[in-house]
Design a protein around this ligand. Structure first.
Ligand code: AMP
Length: 213
């Protein structure tokens, strides 16, 4: 099964993709995590991507497409995957479709997580993430038991460079302009399902599992 999680920054794609991939036995592929890993390793892609990411802009399509196409050819994804954060433009969606077609494969479901802009700004503004296991916390809604430390693995918590209020506003705007057209794109292909992303993590998870099953 090949699933895409679509939704604005802060919709909970990462949290939900992680949990769904464990339940459904699929590999979680996050384009943002892959880019941050490139940054940490200081690769050419990581250095180039950093300038775009810091400003809340999208990394150029050709760079992202190459990175994802390479990832989905790896042997561990043979039973399927959940794409989180990719595609983000119509060009990326077209390239993905073509690459899959060449392998006799296709996307089975695209789940669109719907959250209001105001809720996104609140969520991203107070977000802290574990450096080790990537679990997100929120200063007010879901604070860690010990400040600065992950409840699950004791890893150090940090705030993403692109969670500054300026970058958050930009990322939401970029989503509206460049990623929103994907809703129509996948709707026309009959693979789109939309779920309300404003419930609890468990409620949203259940809706998503129901929607893709
Ligand atoms: P995310 O972790 O999904 O919120 O992504 C963080 C940042 O990485 C985005 O704001 C973009 O700058 C970049 N990025 C991640 N995925 C993509 C993509 N599919 N296309 C372009 N840029 C991306």
């Amino acid at each position: 099964m090949r699933i895409i999680l679509l939704g604005p920054p802060g919709a909970g794609k990462g949290t939900q993709a992680k949990s769904m991939s464990e339940s459904l036995g699929l590999v979680h592929i996050s384009s943002g995590d892959l880019l941050r890993d490139h940054q940490n390793r200081g690769t050419e892609l990581g250095v180039t991507a950093r300038d775009y990411m810091k400003k809340g802009l999208l990394v150029p399509d050709d760079l992202i497409i190459d990175m994802i196409e390479e990832r989905i050819k790896m042997p561990d994804v043979e039973f399927g995957y959940i794409l989180d954060g990719f595609p983000r433009t119509v060009q990326q969606a077209r390239s993905l479709e073509k690459a899959l077609e060449n392998q006799g494969e296709r996307i089975d479901k695209v789940a669109n997580i719907v959250v209001s802009d105001q809720e996104l700004i609140t969520r991203l503004g107070g977000r802290w993430i574990c450096r080790q296991c990537q679990q997100p916390f929120h200063e007010i809604n879901s604070p860690p038991q010990i400040e600065g430390q992950c409840d699950t693995c004791n890893g150090e918590l940090y705030q993403r460079e692109d969670d500054t209020s300026e970058a958050v506003v930009k990322r939401i705007k970029v989503f509206g302009e460049q990623t929103n057209p994907l809703i129509e794109y996948y709707s026309k292909r009959g693979t789109l399902v939309s779920v309300d992303g404003e419930g609890s993590i468990e409620q949203v998870r259940e809706s998503l599992i129901g929607a893709v099953s």
